[in-house]
Design a protein around this ligand. Structure first.
Ligand SMILES: Nc1ncnc2c1ncn2[C@@H]1O[C@H](COP(=O)(O)OP(=O)(O)O)[C@@H](O)[C@H]1O
Ligand code: SF4
Ligand SMILES: [Mg+2]
Length: 323
């Protein structure tokens, strides 16, 4: 996996200054993503997925956020240390990003065409008139019919699904190598979700995009990703090929997520859910942070942090992995 890594995160540790003092939100995170491939990062809300994505893009203000340790190698360059000026060149050009709620990232007072054109003006030095042809082209590419008319519309005139297509258009108009998609379909209904997933897959084929897909939907990861990294309380607890991890999870947390995944349910059936909540940063204990919720817990789990160890073709951080 590391051989032709486009993105390689090594030992990334992210902290925040809070009123209660400094806290570690993400700890010792390592993963890599090859050109043209998809890595799915999954985990419940509060596990540090968005903080990770925004740190890779260096979008979090510092302070209060800090990169306490680790490297973020993008095409060989450690962007954890890059100056803001350098990041402005990379963001939107070599790395595109799509968020959960496009309404918050689109400018409500500006026409769609102008907003997409702005990315080209910034990164390609084009004038708005020149950019328009490319904007029409990219709107067609993201499946927005009637592109010439769409240029003139404002975000509120579009449905949620179309707004997300506009966000994707903005993210790919400069043909980035990497797309970070943070819960890209969470706000959309199921039919539209499937259409957006199809779109991302076809763009990946056309552009050779690598996709970092952040989601709490295991079904989506199964369809989209070659590899998976399961995050719990700021750490990766299980990782490997998506197919093998989902077919045979070894970490009790992954097994719990899978058992509570809606796509597993038959009609009318109630899903079991993992009891308890993700512990907030600062209250994760010295041992395994899943201990309070785990049916396989032993004394050792509460005292010693389990390292990520290889089991077959995957890795899990657990003292008593699922057999
Ligand atoms: N500015 C901040 N200051 C302190 N803690 C924060 C800040 N932003 C996020 N966090 C904490 O980081 C943790 C991970 O959040 P997040 O990355 O949004 O989770 P996810 O995307 O997996 O739902 C949460 O416990 C959240 O409270
Ligand atoms: S280390 Fe212990 S508490 Fe943590 S997941 Fe494994 S069995 Fe459960
Ligand atoms: Mg999030």
């Amino acid at each position: 996996m590391t051989e032709k890594a486009l993105l390689s995160v090594e030992g990334l540790t992210i902290g925040f200054n809070t009123e209660q003092g400094p806290v570690r939100v993400v700890e010792d995170l390592s993963f890599s993503l090859a050109q043209g491939e998809t890595l799915g990062i999954v985990g419940e809300s509060g596990c540090g997925k968005s903080v990770t994505a925004q740190t890779i893009m260096r979008l979090l203000p510092s302070p209060p956020s800090r990169i306490d340790a680790g490297r973020i190698l993008f095409a060989g360059e450690d962007i954890a240390k890059a100056a803001e000026k350098r990041m402005q060149k990379i963001r939107g050009d070599q790395i595109g990003m799509v968020f959960q709620e496009p309404m918050t990232s689109l400018n409500p007072t500006q026409r769609i065409g102008r907003q997409i054109a702005e990315v080209l003006v910034l990164h390609r030095g084009l004038g708005y008139a020149e950019a328009t042809g490319m904007v029409v082209e990219v709107l067609r590419k993201v499946g927005m019919g009637n592109a010439e008319r769409r240029l003139e519309q404002y975000p509120h005139e579009l449905s949620g699904g179309l707004r997300q297509r506009v966000m994707i258009a903005m993210a790919i108009v400069c043909k980035p190598q990497l797309l970070i998609a943070d819960e890209p379909t969470t706000a959309l209904d199921v039919t539209i979700q499937a259409q957006i997933m199809d779109l991302l897959q076809s763009l990946q084929r056309d552009l050779g995009l690598a996709i970092l897909l952040i989601t709490h939907d295991l079904g989506m990861v199964a369809e989209m990703s070659r590899n998976i990294a399961v995050m719990y309380a700021g750490r990766i607890v299980e990782t490997g090929g998506a197919r093998s991890v989902l077919a045979r999870p070894r970490h009790p947390y992954t097994a719990g997520l899978l058992a509570s995944s809606p796509r597993r349910a038959r009609k009318g059936e109630r899903l079991p859910s993992i009891p308890g909540l993700v512990p907030p940063p600062g209250r994760r204990g010295i041992g395994c942070s899943f201990a309070e919720r785990c049916a396989r817990v032993t004394d050792r789990c509460r005292l010693e942090l389990p390292p990520l160890l290889t089991i077959g073709t995957q890795s899990a951080a657990c003292w008593n992995p699922v057999p």
